[in-house]
Design a protein around this ligand. Structure first.
Ligand code: ZN
Length: 149
């Protein structure tokens, strides 16, 4: 078996250089990953969980890292479900536009305009809320993360 030699940072990667996600959308440092509210809040509570170092595929992680990352994702999903009263949580790991492991965790609410569609298939104008408006959402998610860990 060939072990993958991790590339700790990639200077051309927005996640590695800290230009994405926005620092003022930071929710929590989970250990191997960090959670941030996504820029587009059309789906309220849309969160991204970004792996701590540059890696593009799950098979680039050690088994221990993969397990911990799934724990991080689960913790955030649980907190979001409770914070927003979600009917369902969506989990998406794509990386086509930004090849650095980041999970999209998206609460789908009873008021969802297209509950059968993945969010990418729901036409909408992005809802870009100023960080001052997001503070109370971030605070509520942080409180929930503390309570579910
Ligand atoms: Zn990266």
């Amino acid at each position: 078996m060939t072990l993958h030699q991790p590339n700790l940072t990639d200077p051309s990667c927005k996640a590695c250089t800290g230009t994405w996600p926005r620092a003022d959308h930071f929710i929590a440092d989970l250990g191997l990953s960090k959670a941030y509210l996504h820029d587009d809040q059309f789906f309220a509570g849309w969160t991204v969980v970004v792996f701590q170092r540059h890696a593009t595929e799950l098979f680039h992680l050690s088994p221990t890292e993969r397990l911990q990352l799934m724990e991080d994702v689960t913790t955030v999903a649980n907190a979001l479900a409770k914070t927003y009263g979600a009917k369902k949580i969506n989990y998406e790991l794509l990386g086509n536009q930004l090849p650095h492991i980041h999970w999209h965790i998206i609460p789908r609410l009873a008021s969802d305009p297209a509950p059968l569609e993945p969010v990418w298939r729901v036409p909408h104008e992005p809802v870009l809320r100023p960080s001052s408006e997001l503070r109370s959402d971030i605070q509520r998610i942080q409180d929930r993360i503390r309570s579910v860990r």
